[in-house]
Design a binder for this molecule. Structure first.
Ligand code: AMP
Length: 187
């Protein structure tokens, strides 16, 4: 299946994505992780992304679309994948539609995880990533509201949105996601 995990930073997309990936065998494609690796290896992509990430801003659509087009064409993604952190803007979502269409693939479901803003801030401040300083966290939430939250409506209109409560224990959220995937598979 081809799935997207959508939701604000700190809602648990990475953690839940890893579990879904292990449970089902689809690779988890996390654009944030890909960028953090590029930063760690000090590649030209990493150097371009580093300052933006530290400021809580987005890397350009063209760069991100190219990365995802390449990564999703690798053999391990031929039977499906879970995207975490992409798309983050409407142009990225449009580009993904085009990429999948050209390959004769469809997006099976967009799993939209939600939690109140104060809870996602608490979670981000407790994990201690270098872009998890309070000022950056606030900026990332503003960027999310402005640029990424419109994708909820975008995918609702396409009939792909599956809403899942991101509060609750890891197991409860995992179960909610599995239910949403089952519903999508039988739709
Ligand atoms: P994440 O791990 O998904 O929270 O991403 C960490 C940071 O990487 C974000 O704050 C952005 O600076 C950058 N990033 C990750 N994915 C994208 C994307 N799809 N488009 C633009 N920037 C991204």
């Amino acid at each position: 299946m081809h799935l997207i995990l959508l939701g604000p930073p700190g809602v648990g997309k990475g953690t839940q994505g890893k579990r879904l990936s292990e449970a089902n065998g689809w690779p988890l494609i996390s654009t944030g992780e890909m960028l953090r690796e590029a930063v760690a290896q000090d590649t030209s992509l990493g150097r371009e992304a580093k300052t933006l990430m530290e400021q809580g801003l987005l890397v350009s659509d063209d760069v991100m679309i190219g990365l995802v087009e390449q990564r999703t064409s690798e053999p391990d993604a031929s039977n499906g994948f879970i995207l975490d952190g992409f798309p983050r803007t409407v142009p990225q979502a449009d580009a993904l539609e085009g990429i999948l269409r050209r390959r004769g693939q469809v997006l099976d479901a967009v799993l939209s995880l939600s939690a109140p803003a104060d809870e996602v801030v608490r979670r981000m401040l407790s994990r201690g990533r270098s872009d998890d300083l309070e000022s950056t966290v606030r900026r990332r939430l503003v960027v999310y509201d402005e640029q990424t939250a419109p994708l909820i409506e975008y995918y609702r209109r396409l009939g792909r949105l599956r809403e899942v409560d991101g509060l609750g224990t890891l197991d409860e959220v995992h179960e909610g996601l599995l239910r949403a995937i089952r519903d999508a598979a039988s739709a």
